[in-house]
Design a protein around this ligand. Structure first.
Ligand SMILES: Cc1cc2nc3c(=O)[nH]c(=O)nc-3n(C[C@H](O)[C@H](O)[C@H](O)COP(=O)(O)OP(=O)(O)OC[C@H]3O[C@@H](n4cnc5c(N)ncnc54)[C@H](O)[C@@H]3O)c2cc1C
Length: 377
C-alpha cells in the first residue's frame, strides 16, 4: 500500500500519451505522481498511430483552438523531452482532379484558413514543396501547421523523462480494477491515493471502465496500418489523398458533395490514404475505420491492396516492400459537437479522460494541460 495521500500527489492510470503527459505536466508543477499501467510497457493507440500532429483538418472553433494549443505545447515539450522525433514538416493533401481542387479552394476561403497555414498549390508548386510526389499531381493543399512525432518513440521518450523526477513512482503491470474517492485499487488489491486521480485508459474496456456511465457516449474505432522498408527518397512533408477531405470536419463545405464517388472498397472500409515518412526512411501507411464490434482479430488484405495502390500512384519512386502490418483501436466521443473528448468526474476526486479519437496524438498535450490547470485552480 502506498503511504497515505499527502498534499500535492496525483495518481495517473494509463501510460499512453495522454496519461504520460498528465504525469509530465504534474511533475513539472512540483507535484508527486503515482503512475499505473496494466502492461509492462504501453502498447495502445499511442504507439500504433501515424504520429501526425494534424491541425489542418479540425473543425473550426473549439476543436481547432485545442489542436493549435496542443501543437504549440508539443513544440515546447520537444525542447524538454529528448527523442520525440518532433518535426514541423507540414502536409500536402494531394488532388488528382478538378472537384478535389475546387473543394481545396473553398477550404482556403475559410475565415480560419490562415490559422491552419493552408495554401492551395498548383501541380508544379506542389512538386516543389515535396519533390517525391508524382509529377502527374494536379495540385495540393499545403498545411503549414501540421507536424509530426515518432509514435514508436514518443511515449517511451516521455516516460524516460518522467523517470528523471524524484517525485515519480512508476507501477507497470498493475491493472486498476476499482475506484473510490481520491484513490484506485489494482489487481493485487493495493490502493493508491492522491489529491486527484486521472484515469486515462484509452480504448481499453477493462472492468474499471465498464463501470463508468459516460462510456456510452463513446465508441471504439479499429484501424489497419502498415509500414514499408526505407523509401529511397526523402519526403519533405506528410501526405494525404483527397479522400481524407471526406472525413475531416474542416472540409464540410459545399464542394464536398461534388467529389466523385469513392472506390467501392475504400468506401466500405471508410478508408483514406495517410502517408508519413519515419526517421529511418520507412513509410507508415493507412488507414481504415471500422465501427462495428466485435472487431476482427485478423488483418484484411483487400484494403491494404487499395492503400498500397494509392500510395504508389502518389509517389514518383517505387514503393518499398511492406515489412509490418498491425491494427489499432481508439476511443472517440460519439457527438464531437457536444464534447471534444470524454472528461467526467466518476467519483470524488477521480476523473476519467479519454475519447479523443483520431486526434488524440495531436490534442493530448492541450488536454493534459487542462487537467493539471484545473487541479491547480
Ligand atoms: C492506428 C491509429 C492511428 C492513429 N493516428 C493518429 C494520428 O496520426 N494523429 C492523432 O492525433 N491521433 C491518431 N490516432 C489516435 C491516437 O493514437 C489516440 O487518440 C491516442 O493515442 C490515445 O491516447 P491514450 O493515452 O488515451 O490511449 P492509449 O495509448 O491506448 O493508452 C491507454 C493506456 O492505458 C492503459 N490502461 C487501460 N486501462 C487500464 C487499467 N484499468 N489499469 C492500468 N492501465 C490501463 C493501457 O494499457 C494503455 O497503455 C490514431 C489511432 C490509431 C489506433
Amino acid at each position: 500500500m502506498m503511504g497515505a495521500a499527502k498534499a500535492g500527489r496525483v495518481v495517473v492510470v494509463g501510460a499512453g500519451i495522454l496519461g504520460a503527459l498528465h504525469a509530465l505536466f504534474a511533475l513539472e508543477r512540483g507535484l508527486e505522481v503515482v503512475h499505473l499501467e496494466k502492461d509492462p510497457r504501453p502498447q495502445g493507440a499511442s504507439v500504433r498511430n501515424f504520429g501526425l500532429v494534424w491541425v489542418g483538418g479540425r473543425a473550426g472553433g473549439a476543436e481547432l483552438e485545442l489542436a493549435l494549443r496542443a501543437r504549440a505545447l508539443w513544440e515546447e515539450v520537444a525542447e524538454r523531452v529528448e527523442g520525440l522525433g518532433w518535426r514541423a514538416a507540414g502536409s500536402l493533401t494531394v488532388a488528382t482532379e478538378e472537384a478535389e481542387l475546387s473543394l481545396m479552394k473553398q477550404a482556403c476561403e475559410r475565415a480560419d484558413a490562415a490559422l491552419r497555414k493552408w495554401q492551395l498549390l498548383d501541380g508544379p508548386a506542389a512538386h516543389e514543396a515535396n519533390p517525391e510526389i508524382s509529377p502527374e499531381t494536379a495540385g495540393a493543399l499545403h498545411c503549414g501547421a501540421d507536424a509530426l512525432v515518432e509514435p514508436r518513440l514518443a511515449v517511451h521518450a516521455v516516460r524516460k523523462r518522467l523517470e528523471g523526477f524524484e517525485g515519480y513512482n512508476w507501477f507497470p503491470g498493475r491493472e486498476v480494477m476499482q475506484v473510490a474517492p481520491r484513490k484506485v485499487r489494482d489487481d493485487r488489491g493495493e490502493w493508491y491515493g492522491g489529491d486527484r486521480v486521472f484515469v486515462c485508459p484509452g480504448a481499453t474496456t477493462t472492468a474499471v471502465v465498464r463501470g463508468f456511465a459516460g462510456l456510452a457516449r463513446t465508441r471504439r474505432v479499429r484501424l489497419q496500418m502498415l509500414e514499408t522498408a526505407p523509401y529511397q527518397g526523402r519526403l519533405t512533408t506528410s501526405l494525404a489523398d483527397a479522400d481524407s477531405m471526406r472525413y475531416y470536419p474542416a472540409f464540410d463545405l459545399p464542394g464536398r458533395a461534388s467529389l466523385p464517388p469513392q472506390p467501392e472498397v475504400a468506401a466500405r472500409w471508410h478508408a483514406q490514404l495517410l502517408l508519413v515518412q519515419r526517421l529511418d526512411g520507412s513509410l507508415t501507411i493507412g488507414d481504415t475505420h471500422e465501427y462495428d464490434e466485435p472487431f476482427a482479430f485478423d488483418l484484411d488484405d483487400e484494403i491494404y491492396r487499395h492503400l498500397l495502390a494509392r500510395a504508389t500512384s502518389l509517389l514518383r519512386r517505387p514503393l518499398p516492400p511492406v515489412r509490418r502490418r498491425w491494427a489499432g483501436v481508439y476511443s472517440e466521443v460519439r457527438d464531437a459537437s457536444r464534447d471534444l473528448y470524454w472528461r467526467e468526474e466518476i467519483d470524488d476526486g477521480v476523473e476519467v479522460v479519454s475519447g479523443v479519437g483520431g486526434r488524440g496524438m495531436t490534442c493530448s498535450p492541450a488536454i493534459a494541460e487542462q487537467s493539471i490547470a484545473h487541479l491547480a485552480g
